[in-house]
Design a protein. Sequence first.
Length: 179
Amino acid sequence: MKGIVFNLLEDAVSRNQGADAWCDLIDAAGVSGIYTSLGSYPDEELLALVNTSAALAGSTPADVLQWFGRTAMPMLALRYGELFKGHGNARSFVLSVNDIIHPEVRKLYSGAGCPNFHFRDDDAGRLIVSYRSPRGLCRLAHGFIEGASDHFGQTTTIEHLSCMHDGAPACRMAVDWTP
């Protein structure tokens, strides 16, 4: 996992719970806690931070990942505003992830292992998002979609249709943006 993800998590935790919360979380999770944006770190360290955060909050790792994704999007918009330009809504932005956003991530962060997304519309006009990654961070993707919707001033409803955590080959979400 690239260090930028850890840096975003640090910012999210610190903004939400105060500056000492990140240090407390690092200690409780038993991870190194030193992450540079360009560095690569074991996925297990992120999972340890998420699992520990969930345990401390009386929540689930899925809820922490979703919160993190939603909370990180405004920070991403500040740091990488050029990736948001040319998009008038969250749907357009989300659809650009494979063609614009992830190639830029790979340029900035050599060796980044980005997830793969497939998109299609269903008969009800919802966007069906298929997520596939060995990391299984579908709830992070869910949170990123919510955060993108917040960024563009839209309301979204996301329904999970299938999940890799339940044995499906990919996670599938139906995303509906309220006009």
